[in-house]
Design a protein around this ligand. Sequence first.
Ligand code: IMP
Ligand code: MG
Length: 184
Amino acid sequence: MAGSLDREQGIKEVLISTERVEEIVAGLGQEITAYYRDQEKLDLIVIGLLRGSFVFMADLVRSIDLPLIVDFMTVQSYGDGTVSTGDVKVVMDLDQSIENKDVLMVEDIIDSGNTFNKVIGLIRHRDPRSLKICTFLNKPSRRVVDVPIDFCGLDIPDKFVCGYGLDFSQRYRNLPYVGVLDQG
Ligand code: IMP
Ligand code: MG
C-alpha cells in the first residue's frame, strides 16, 4: 500500500510477529491461570493501564481460564515523544473498589519503571488482598527504578517499539505485530 494510507509507514522491522505474540499471550494466560488456581480464595480483578494495554488486555483476559472482572485506569507519563518524564498523573481512575480483591495489574511495556512504580504505590494504598504485575514487554536495560514483575511476556532490547497497542505519538497501536520504529 502506498503513501499516507500505509499503517506500516515508519516501521523498519518486525520484532515480534503476530504468531509469536499469540504464543506469548497464550503462555502468560496459562501461567496466570495456574498461579491463581492454587489460591484458596479468589476475587480477581484485572486492571489495564490505558491506552497501551488495551489490545494485550483483550487477548490476555480471554486466555485466563478463571472468573474475573476487568477495569481500566489511565495515567499519563509520556508526552508525544519517546522520553519518560518520570511524573505520573491519574487521568481516569478505576470504576470499582479493589479493597480485599486480588489485583492483577497489566501493562504494555515496562521501560524505566517510573510509571508502574508510581501506579503500584497508588494501588497498594487501596488495600488489595494481593497484587501481581503482568507486562507484555520488558526493557530491563532501561530500568531506573525496580518493578517487581510477576508475569512477563518478553524481554526486549533497548529499541522503541510500536504496534499491538503500543504507540508513537498515538499512532501504530493497530498494528497486529510489534515493530521497531525507524527513528532516523
Ligand atoms: P516507563 O515509565 O519508562 O517504564 O514507561 C512506561 C510507558 O512508556 C509504557 O506504558 C509505554 O506507554 C511507554 N513506552 C516505553 N517504551 C516504549 C516503547 O518502546 N514503545 C512505545 N511506548 C513505550
Ligand atoms: Mg504509551
